[in-house]
Design a binder for this molecule. Structure first.
Ligand code: GNR
Ligand code: NI
Length: 172
């Protein structure tokens, strides 16, 4: 397994709409393994393929709690087919926007249809942290980021800060 580089703001690839995965083959399974290693090393609870520079509709996650055994999951071409009525507010972070936290209100439960790593169609029900993370990752597939839930003013301040950091790194 290979640890991949995580793309951060303001890289424009994060704004791309990811294209569907066409086939579940050995290359895709290798990408999933590498994404899981990258996510665990970060550490993070989820990772979308676009965050490692591959704008395909693929995400990995592990919502197991600390001390529990690892529960790695890969969702290919995920689609939200149902959301519950109750909303839930969670303070979200994003590996592509280090050190930024945003309180986001989203449906607290949902059902998702997806293709698994064997290429078989599946459907899962999720609630709690899992439901939040799945929605956060599916946002990535649409090019949507947690800063998009902020006012334009707050978003611009964060984007400018990351732009400046990127420039500084380029000349350093
Ligand atoms: O590691 C992560 N933690 C997290 C916490 C609350 C809501 C969503 C997340 S996902 C994030 C990893 C990430 O950026 N995935 O795209
Ligand atoms: Ni993220």
């Amino acid at each position: 397994m290979v640890k991949l580089a995580i793309i951060t703001l303001p890289d424009p690839i994060l704004r791309e709409v990811s294209a569907p995965v066409e086939r579940v083959d050995a290359d895709l399974r290798r990408l999933v393994e590498d994404m899981l290693e990258t996510m665990y090393a970060a550490p993070g609870v989820g990772l979308a393929a676009v965050q490692v520079g591959v704008p395909r509709r693929l995400l990995v996650l592990d919502a197991a709690e600390e001390g529990e055994e690892r529960r790695p999951v890969a969702l290919i071409n995920p689609e939200i087919v149902m959301v519950g009525e109750e909303q839930r507010v969670y303070e979200e972070g994003c590996l592509s926007i280090p050190d930024v936290r945003v309180e986001i209100e989203r449906p607290g439960s949902l059902r998702v249809r997806y293709i698994d790593i064997e290429g078989r169609p599946q459907e899962i029900a999720a609630e709690g942290l899992l439901a939040t993370v799945i929605q956060h990752e599916i946002d990535h597939l649409e090019g949507r980021l947690i800063i998009d839930f902020l006012s334009r003013l707050k978003r611009d301040i964060i984007v400018r800060k990351f732009r400046k950091q990127a420039k500084g790194a380029a000349v350093a």
